[in-house]
Design a protein. Structure first.
Length: 211
């Protein structure tokens, strides 16, 4: 991700359960902002499912997914947390925590079977909730006279520039988030659309999750 590839995050929190030889593997996924939040989520799942055989976990947070942790929670070393984390790495996800709760079904799966089961539970859960790209955007404010506001709003919509906010005072003030890669072109586009009457004012950069 630090090498120019997009940063990916899960689209929403969610759960997904699979069953293998009567053992149930329920994966809980959550979006988190830091390690502390991830650890709090893991602790909450463990409290909720205190009666389960295992609550194994993996987390990956930070701009480049640099903070990583995993736990086998009593499963043979390397058969649960590590394959779970490997799925997060392979799917290039960050700011994500996964907890797989297992209820033992009476049949031992062996080391290879456990690795496949825990990895599959996380992978299928990610497929179920979906992923988004985290993209840096530049915030622009555009102040337009009320007589021109409707035309500018339609132009923004048609061009695919979502309006984050509109405030009405002496002018209509639009707040628009534009991907940084397109920011310079946006300024020229606004000038063309308004005959130079509206000058976008650049503000802070924000990270937004988009399809």
């Amino acid at each position: 991700m630090g090498d120019g590839r997009p940063v990916l995050v899960i689209a929403r929190d969610g759960t997904h359960e699979i069953e293998i030889h009567r053992s149930r593997f329920r994966c809980h996924l959550a979006r988190v902002g830091d390690v502390d939040a991830a650890m709090a989520f893991i602790a909450a799942i463990r409290r909720e499912h205190w009666d389960a055989t295992h609550n194994c976990s993996a987390l990956r947070v930070g701009p480049d997914g640099g903070a990583q942790r995993s736990s086998d929670d009593g499963e043979p070393a390397g058969t649960a947390g590590v394959p779970m984390l490997e799925v997060l790495v392979r799917r290039e996800l960050t700011d994500t925590v996964a907890v797989v709760t297992r209820w033992f079904g009476g049949t031992k799966l062996g080391a290879g079977g456990l690795v496949r089961a825990y990895g599959r539970a996380v992978s299928e859960a990610i497929d179920a909730v979906g992923t988004l790209r985290r993209v840096r955007h530049r915030t622009f404010t555009l102040a337009a006279p009320h007589a021109d506001a409707g035309r500018l709003q339609n132009a923004l919509h048609t061009a695919g520039h979502p309006i984050a906010d509109v405030a009405y005072g002496r002018d209509a003030v639009f707040t628009v988030h534009v991907p940084e890669a397109a920011a310079s072109g946006f300024v020229g586009w606004v000038a063309e659309q308004t005959g130079g009457a509206v000058e976008p004012v650049a503000g802070d950069a924000v990270e937004l999750d988009v399809l």
